[in-house]
Design a protein around this ligand. Structure first.
Ligand SMILES: [Zn+2]
Length: 402
């Protein structure tokens, strides 16, 4: 078995991965599945198969409490905009060519040169939207009875959404209890609505390498991370010794960091008590780290699946890489060449809802693209690469109406 595995989850029912309940009886959801929720769901499956006694076995301890990583499950749209990036403060215009200015690559500006609008630093918000639904039900008391006149609103990820993530190290074994692969899970956090999800695991695919340029690597956090210094105090930067060990070359210096503090919390399932809060670095935080020499690509792939810092088994320290989106002006020639094929926009519109849910299947589009005139086929393949559904819709509107 490989030391990493890619997990794909298709939500068969709505799933809420609760942020803390608010006093006004509204509960919000994370717009992804945190690694801690994935780990809890898999552990529950082990217990369902083998009884509570399994939790005291060395195997269970190594898989769920060991040094492995349970990464979060995301769609391309649910990943954060890195904190090193500046974006338009107001809506970009059709004249705008560039949408991200990434200080991690030395690209910094105060204003967009095309629309002259002000730019602002990303706060780590999700790159795009993910379909959610809100249900209002009677709030339950501790005994599970409806509380008098208390209505409770729960926002949840919609069914039919597909998300992906990585497991690494001993955590990979979690997916094969008793040698039988897990094919479905009940996802959702303790005090939220749980929903059924189909699970597919790929043990052969490799993670993408962490971004690298020359001797530098760029680390972007897909989840909050817990780092400590030599005294065990919270630190805002990753441990260079840990990075050196994983990368196989000396990581010598954090040359740039774009971070925010966050707090961990959560619920300890075994004791039924809230966990102590701990300072962590927020998702979207970005580091540029200098190495003594360029790390091998394989090491960059391992680092991607493994993540960085402490408590990786609880989903902390997961990494991602990202491609900057292009502004409208960068797409107009592509859109213009596709206008030659009447009827194509109708077919492209059929992708819109699957694109929002992360379930788009482009095989027939790619096949068709190879039968088109070369420039049109290439334009089609380019447009199939757009991950932002709202932007994709704008572009289709432009193709239809100008
Ligand atoms: Zn602009």
């Amino acid at each position: 078995m490989n030391e990493h595995a890619r997990v794909t989850v298709l939500l068969d029912e709505t799933v809420a991965t609760g942020k803390n309940a608010q006093s006004d009886h509204r509960q919000d959801t994370h717009e992804h599945i945190p690694g801690s929720v994935l780990r809890g769901a898999i552990a529950a499956d082990w217990i369902r198969r083998n009884g509570q006694g399994v939790t005291t076995t060395p195997d269970f301890t190594e898989v769920f409490e060991g040094r492995g990583s349970f990464g979060p499950l995301h769609t391309p749209a649910s990943l954060p905009i890195p904190l090193s990036v500046r974006v338009h403060k107001y809506e970009p215009t059709r004249k705008c060519h560039q949408l991200w200015w990434d200080a991690a690559f030395g690209d910094d500006a105060e204003r967009c040169p095309r629309c002259e609008g002000p730019l602002e630093r990303s706060k780590g918000q999700a790159r795009g939207g993910i379909p959610t639904t809100t249900r209002t039900t009677a709030a339950l008391t501790a005994d599970g009875e409806a509380e008098d006149s208390a209505l409770f609103s729960q926002r949840a990820l919609d069914q039919g959404v597909r998300l992906h993530g990585w497991l690494h190290g001993a955590a990979v074994r979690a997916l094969n209890p008793d040698g039988t692969p897990i094919t479905s899970l009940l996802l959702g956090s303790r005090r939220s609505v749980r929903g059924k999800a189909s699970v597919e695991v790929d043990h052969t695919v490799s993670p993408e390498p962490v971004e690298a340029t020359g001797n530098d690597v760029v680390l972007r956090l897909a989840a909050p991370a817990v780092f400590v210094d030599d005294f065990g105090l919270p630190s805002s930067t990753p441990d260079l010794r840990e990075l050196s060990e994983v990368l196989g070359v000396e990581a010598s210096e954090v040359r740039g960091s774009w971070t925010r503090w966050d707090e961990t919390g959560g619920w300890h399932a075994a004791s039924g008590l809230p966990k102590p809060t701990e300072r962590c670095v927020a998702a979207g935080s970005t580091y540029r780290v200098r190495c003594a020499e360029p790390p091998a690509e394989n090491a960059l792939r391992t680092l991607m699946a493994r993540g960085v810092g402490l408590r990786r088994r609880e989903g902390f320290g997961a990494l991602f890489r990202t491609e900057p989106p292009l502004g409208f002006a960068a797409w107009t020639s592509v859109a213009a060449s596709l206008r030659q094929l009447p009827g194509l926009t109708t077919r492209l519109r059929e992708r819109l809802d699957p694109l929002r849910r992360g379930t788009v299947d482009d095989e027939s589009y790619y096949r068709a693209s190879h039968k088109m005139p070369p420039d049109v086929g290439e334009a089609l393949r380019t447009i199939l690469g757009i991950t932002d559904a709202d932007f994709y819709e704008q572009l289709l509107d432009y193709m239809e109406h100008g």
